[in-house]
Design a protein around this ligand. Structure first.
Ligand code: ADP
Length: 426
């Protein structure tokens, strides 16, 4: 199917029932139709350019394409400025020759159109285009004109990129999780084999210490597995909107202080010091106490993981009136700036060669961020590589009518279990 401008515009007249029209009337109707078509093209949400062929001189362009073509030009010119200019001059250097060749090919094969994809930065935003080049064949099959249509496909590309990112993240999850599952399972199996050997060969009494240590290794690795599985389940629940907060008015100072106290001995046993400071004794806010404890324990466990012996962990709580700021700071290995923005992304882990810790699934901080955001709060991180890191949480100081509280998830009954789970990978 070939198109000529004349054929397109005349078509309705030639098929009209009342076909007796004078040439003058026909011309005037044609002119009306042309004006109407131009008006549509002006307002349409597509960039539209007409070029003569083969010299690519611009005959017409609408405002949209004018904006697209000027992407990198500081001076905003009107479409009239481009009339008579060479369209090819406005293309990126590496695209020119390829496009001309593709258009020549298309005309030779008498194809309808050729498509190209491009992305330009327009007003600071990355914009993706599908660009259609369509020849306008004359009756003798000659081409004197090319129509170029810019279709903005930014939204589609963003959606596609998001899907690709999600798929990549899922793949990473399988790789990470299978490794994280396998390691503790292997430890459990081999320790179990050793204990079994002692029992079967009546060596239990002589190796009592080793057996006890083996039992404790098995327990620790069971906690590790529980943490990983809990984190995966909770992340999925958050994604599906199934994880709800059990809000009640609580003294946030007490929750934070209690969480720290419950792990102080553990931290000291690692040769690390922990200091808690606050500018208030009581601040009642609506929160889910169990989730807040989990957030604090998670941040402290990371701080321990990346802090050397004799290092410090400072936990500060500041009552700022409408908000409460809780910060967990450490004097550990720090996080390099290029990774700082990404540590809250799920499955993102800092290059393992940069951290002495080789474990972790990269779910912890993403989960912490989600839990903070579910409270209407924000979390941020700052760090000096080799000097330490600070994680700051800002929670709104709002209260709820007690009846509003949503008893949903059953909190972990045994606080020790929660600590053992959160600290299982240290
Ligand atoms: P994981 O469960 O693997 O530890 P997280 O989401 O808790 O994952 O952390 C993501 C990354 O952030 C980790 O790979 C770690 O390298 C880095 N990180 C988190 N907290 C700290 C910290 N306090 N100091 C240095 N690096 C940290």
């Amino acid at each position: 199917m070939k198109y000529t401008l004349k054929r397109i515009l005349e078509k309705p007249f030639l098929h009209s029932k009342n076909n007796i029209v004078t040439q003058k009337k026909l011309n005037s109707r044609l002119e009306d139709k042309l004006q109407y078509a131009i008006r549509i093209i002006e307002y349409i949400d597509l960039g539209f350019v007409r070029c003569s062929y083969p010299d690519f001189k611009i005959i017409y362009m609408n405002q949209k394409s004018c904006n697209y073509i000027q992407k990198s030009y500081l001076k905003a010119e009107l479409p009239s400025y481009f009339i008579g200019k060479n369209y090819i001059d406005y293309l990126p250097i590496d695209e020119k020759a390829k496009l001309i060749m593709e258009i020549e090919n298309m005309i030779q094969k008498k194809d309808d159109s050729v498509f190209r994809h491009a992305n330009y930065i327009i007003q600071g935003e990355e914009t993706f285009f599908k660009i259609m080049y369509r020849p306008l064949f004359e009756l003798n099959d000659q081409v004197k004109e090319i129509t170029i249509i810019y279709i903005d496909v930014t939204e589609e590309m963003k959606a596609k990129n998001k899907i690709e990112k999600t798929i990549k993240m899922r793949d990473e999850l399988f790789v990470n999780v299978s490794h994280e599952l396998k390691t503790p399972l292997n430890v459990i199996f081999s320790t179990n084999q050793l204990i079994e050997f002692y029992l079967r060969n009546d060596l239990f009494k002589d190796n009592k210490e080793k057996v006890f240590s083996g039992v404790s290794i098995i327990k620790k690795n069971c906690y590790k597995l529980t943490k990983l599985i809990n984190n995966i389940i909770d992340s999925s629940k958050i994604d599906c909107g199934f994880l709800k907060l059990n809000l009640s008015n609580e003294n946030i100072v007490e929750i934070v202080e209690d969480s720290i106290q419950s792990v102080t001995e553990h931290i000291k046993s690692k040769g690390i010091n922990i200091v808690f400071d606050t500018n208030t004794e009581e601040k009642i806010i609506a929160c889910d106490a169990e989730k807040i404890e989990r957030i604090i324990l998670n941040l402290i466990s990371n701080a321990i993981k990346f802090t050397n012996k004799d290092g410090y962990i400072f936990v500060n709580l500041i009552d700022k009136g409408n908000t409460v700021e809780i910060s967990v700071e450490d004097t550990g290995i720090g996080i390099d700036k290029k990774n700082l923005d990404r540590i809250f992304e799920r499955f993102h882990q800092v290059d393992k060669s940069l951290s002495r810790n080789t474990e972790g699934s990269g779910i912890g901080l993403a989960l912490v961020k989600s839990l903070v955001e579910m409270h209407g709060g924000k979390i941020s991180a700052d760090s000096n590589f080799d000097k330490g890191s600070v994680f700051k949480i800002e929670l709104p100081a709002k209260t709820v009518e007690e009846t509003e509280s949503t008893v949903q998830t059953k909190p972990i009954d045994n606080k020790n279990d929660m600590i053992n789970i959160e600290f299982s990978d240290i």
